[in-house]
Design a protein around this ligand. Structure first.
Ligand SMILES: *Cc1c(COP(=O)(O)O)cnc(C)c1O
Length: 390
């Protein structure tokens, strides 16, 4: 069964693995190259190291050129020292917690934080001896009164998930830094570009690239962006040890997403404002929680610190609406699809009957909408027919 071996050629079975021919070099394309790979090969044994800190490629786990390019591009956009690319926004949140907290640490998290962030407190973190305390998102500089000697991290998320409170991040960061406490911000709403986290004094900015950077509901990725070398040295070793591998294919999709991020955000902002403005005029809608509207908590802060709004906001139905009527409304929608997440091209809706302590005032009357890239008139028509149906 041996293959024919003309001259000194190796067996064809060997050539399947270690080819002797290659495509010509010099291909310069506009599309991001997808570099896959676990093993990185070295010229000499002396060069072989399993260490991300060398600054050279040593093992695929710490990023292939595709992964590191995405990280470098996000760091550049956010003005970060470095961005670690992780498997999702939630992984980014966990990495930030674990980088700064050990047993007996105390952490402050806004009541309006992303649900699974808050779930980490009584779950994983409590088991590790880390005490997570929630605080009212609009607390501002008064956060100082909640800082303890053992406080190791303060989270911000602005606007908050679901209830949309805009936080005074610079005031919180100033109070935190006075006591030597680092501040992490979940900057997903702003896609890392509509709010300048590092100018606001934040030390770590996390983002779910799953939302606006990916932008098409087809990938899960996150980033942990660090302000400086000190923060980098804090996060980096843990990043390596947690084995937070990401797919270069997903990173290539995210790099493609970046190319249209500006036009998508622009279109989403305009359409969302139009939809939200229409909803505000409906008698059955008591409140529109959108940071560009004055009745959104923290609207003034948004107006002075953000360069735009994005596609996700919530409405609160009138007092006479109950959970069943809200469900009838949601089920009657045709273009707004029922689903979690946001930031893609498809309009989405979700009801949050138990969104946490800050949402309690809204009872079961709160519905979150994500406006996609469908025609604005059709989206308003969809909301109109659903309101009429319930
Ligand atoms: C979606 C989301 C996350 C989590 O991102 P995944 O990529 O889904 O893990 C974190 N924070 C906020 C504010 C989010 O909306």
């Amino acid at each position: 069964m041996d293959g024919v071996q003309p001259g000194n050629r190796r067996d064809w079975r060997t050539r399947l693995i270690q080819p002797e021919v290659r495509a010509p070099g010099g291909f310069v394309s506009l599309a991001p190259a997808v570099h896959r790979g676990s093993t990185v090969v070295f010229e000499r044994l002396a060069d072989a190291q399993d260490d991300w800190r060398t600054g050279r490629y040593t093992y695929g786990l710490y990023g292939t050129p595709t992964v590191l390019e995405l990280g470098a591009r996000i760091a550049d956009l956010e003005g970060a020292h470095h961005s670690f690319v992780v498997p999702g926004g939630q992984a980014a949140i966990v990495l930030a917690y674990l980088a700064f907290c050990t047993a007996d640490s105390h952490v402050l998290v806004p009541e309006s934080a992303y649900g699974p962030n808050k779930e980490l407190g009584p779950g994983l973190l409590q088991g590790l001896g880390i005490d997570v305390e929630t605080y009212p998102p609009t607390i501002g500089a008064a956060i100082a009164s909640l800082i303890r000697p053992e406080t190791r991290l303060i989270w911000c998320e602005s606007p908050g998930s679901i209830t949309m409170e805009v936080q005074d991040v610079p005031a919180i960061a100033a109070a935190a830094h006075e006591r030597g406490v680092p501040v992490a911000l979940d900057n997903t709403y702003a896609a890392g570009v509509l709010f300048d986290a590092f100018a606001a004094g934040v030390d770590v900015s996390v983002q779910a690239l799953t939302k606006y950077v990916g932008g098409h509901s087809d990938l899960l990725l996150g980033t942990v962006s660090v302000r400086d070398k000190t923060t980098y040295d804090r996060v980096g070793p843990l990043y390596r040890l947690l084995g937070l591998a990401v797919s270069p294919d997903d990173c290539a999709l995210a790099l493609r997403g970046l190319e249209t991020l500006a036009v998508r955000l622009d279109a989403l902002q305009q359409s969302t404002l139009a939809v939200a403005t229409w909803l505000k005029q409906q008698p059955s809608v008591a409140r529109v929680l959108h940071p560009a509207f004055p009745d959104c908590p923290g609207h003034d802060i948004w107006a002075s610190q953000f360069t735009g709004s994005s596609s996700v906001f919530s409405i609160v139905f009138a007092e006479d609406w109950d959970a069943a009527r809200v469900a009838r409304f949601v089920d009657a929608l045709r273009l707004f699809r029922i689903g979690y997440s946001w930031g893609g091209t498809t309009s989405l809706v979700m009801a949050y009957p138990a969104a946490g302590s800050n949402a309690r005032a809204y009872g079961a009357r709160l519905v979150r909408l994500n406006v996609g890239l469908e025609a604005t008139g059709d989206l308003i028509g969809d909301l109109q027919q659903a309101l009429a149906a319930c």
